[in-house]
Design a protein. Structure first.
Length: 160
């Protein structure tokens, strides 16, 4: 399997296990990810972007300052701008956030569902896939422009 096919397979597997979507910020440098993959509802992503919620998002704040995992409900006390409450209007009722540093690079993932919290076993699987994705993309900053376009196209396709 080619590297791009492996990345696509990981993203599709994560998408299947996150009924309300995910956001993955891979290789964050100075608060900017090298790759950003999102599958949340487009209406939510449009609202999130239009309102500039990234600067107040408790998942982003927690993920930049911590390594490990946390349930979204545990972040409500630091959600001073109501980002998590607003997300509920778009079916993002429950979720987990995973953040880690591996090979000197930080990656953060937010995973959502509407029906219930993720089990620890489900988060284990998502975290393992995220780590594989992190490692598969670690040195992709030097890809050819064709490969970069292919990954960008994949990201856009998954951002619905």
């Amino acid at each position: 399997m080619t590297q791009k096919a492996s990345i696509a397979a990981l993203l599709h597997d994560m998408d299947r296990r996150t009924p309300s979507g995910f956001a993955l910020a891979l290789h964050v440098q100075f608060t900017r990810p090298t790759f950003l993959f999102q599958t949340y509802a487009k209406r939510w992503m449009d609202q999130y972007s239009a309102a500039g919620m990234v600067v107040h998002d408790p998942l982003v704040h927690w993920g930049l300052q911590n390594s490990g995992r946390v349930r979204w409900s545990d972040l409500e006390p630091i959600d001073t701008h109501g980002v998590l409450e607003a997300a509920k209007n778009y079916g993002l009722m429950n979720g987990s956030c995973v953040s880690f540093i591996d090979s000197g690079s930080r990656t953060i993932g937010g995973f959502a569902r509407a029906d219930r919290d993720y089990t620890d076993a489900e988060v284990d699987l998502l975290e393992a896939d995220l780590l594989q994705l992190h490692r598969a993309t670690l040195h992709m900053r030097t890809l050819s422009s064709a490969d970069e376009r292919a990954l960008t196209a994949l990201s856009i396709r998954l951002t619905h």
